[in-house]
Design a protein around this ligand. Structure first.
Ligand code: SF4
Ligand code: FES
Length: 361
């Protein structure tokens, strides 16, 4: 296949974070502060990304506000011609800092929501006072006029708050909300018994979202990531491996997706050692699962393979034990019964307790 240029890059500036959400998509083995790319290394990476064709840069973490040089990084990215989106919990942002980010040219903010009240949000985030702080930050975002997307991560513990989350997005002046039912990678894998929604919750969420899309047409755009353990077909993960986007880990490793390091036989290259363009076009990590040639049956003869690329490689590995297998979410996968049984078992575990994400060193 002819390899397209990537459109989006997610820069995990750091794994450090004041929160400890049990569904954090960071790897279970977190990168240490001492190994993080420097300001200059990040800015060089942003320039290389722009040259490669990237248009949108998502500045993420951990909590990106933990980096003292965040404003400098935003400025460097804007100077490189990238559209900049800050993905944040809000903790660590002050009003002064937000004005500085505005002056540096930050284009957009994506604010995460752990719950719609302090009790839920602080319990899930593992950070007392976090909700109150976030609401303050939401007020500054509105006052300064940053375009805002609210990112509500939902699971068995807080799915009953979905309708309120939609109301809050409107109240905050958000243009868009991402209603994401938790995906099971990273720390969420360790917490499947706490977080797995029930089938009824998954269905109810779909109903609420489709009603809200009608009711809020013209006011709020709603992106929806459904509960994939309860879906019939998998999602097109990362827009297709190595076709649309790439992630940079805090230490400069270049990853095809945020969970790629769980695929132990892949070797990931580092921006400290090689030009980003070489890594995107030539590295084994990107080429191994690019396109559809590697897919087995039933994907090979399925007319959806160009739509979903056989689903998520990391999920195939986690549940089927083989990263090149059909994503077990798919009803045609030989592991689909196992997937459904896991969903039923985990969602029925009433006694489960949260394993919080630990702090990065
Ligand atoms: Fe997608 Fe493969 Fe399932 Fe077809 S068989 S829907 S290509 S995952
Ligand atoms: Fe890695 Fe889906 S998270 S391919």
């Amino acid at each position: 296949m002819k390899v397209p240029a990537p459109l989006a890059m997610l820069a995990e500036l750091t794994h450090r974070c004041p929160l400890s959400c049990p569904y954090c998509s960071n790897p279970v083995e977190l990168a240490a502060r001492s190994g993080e790319l420097t300001t200059e290394e990040w800015i060089s990476t942003f320039k290389q990304a722009a040259d490669l064709g990237v248009l949108q840069l998502h500045l993420s973490g951990g909590e990106p506000a933990t980096r003292r040089d965040l404003t400098e990084l935003v400025k460097g990215a804007r100077d490189a011609g990238l559209y900049t989106n800050l993905i944040t919990s809000g903790i660590g942002l002050t009003e002064k800092r937000m004005h500085e980010l505005d002056a540096a040219g930050l284009d957009h903010i994506q604010l995460s929501l752990q719950g719609t009240d302090a009790e839920m949000a602080d319990r899930i985030g593992g950070y007392r006072g976090g909700y109150e702080r976030k609401m303050q930050v939401a007020g500054w975002i509105k006052d300064i006029g940053f375009p805002l997307t609210l990112n509500a991560v939902l699971h068995r513990q807080n799915l009953h708050q979905l309708s309120r989350a939609l109301e809050m997005a409107v109240e905050m002046g958000a243009r868009r909300i991402e209603v994401a039912i938790v995906q099971f990678y990273g720390w969420a894998m360790l917490n499947r018994n706490v977080l797995m929604p029930t089938r009824e919750q998954a269905k109810e969420a779909e109903r609420i979202v489709s009603q809200a899309r009608e009711d809020l047409k013209g006011t709020l755009v709603i992106d929806f990531v459904p509960a994939d353990y309860h879906s019939d077909y998998p999602k097109r993960c990362m827009g297709g491996w190595g076709t649309t986007g790439l992630n940079i880990a805090p230490d400069g490793q270049v990853l095809p997706c945020h969970a790629a390091q769980t695929i132990k036989h892949l070797k990931f290259e580092n921006v400290r050692d090689k030009p980003l363009a070489d890594i995107w076009y030539q590295s084994d990590a990107f080429n191994t699962y690019r396109g559809t040639d590697f897919l087995p049956e039933p994907c090979q003869s399925c007319d959806r393979k160009k739509i979903d690329f056989g689903g998520c490689r990391c999920q195939a590995l986690a549940v089927a034990g083989d990263a090149s297998a059909t994503d077990p979410v798919c009803v045609k996968s030989p592991f689909n019964d196992k997937m459904r049984a896991l969903a039923e078992d985990f969602s029925a575990d009433e006694a489960a307790e949260i394993t919080y994400r630990t702090a990065a060193g």
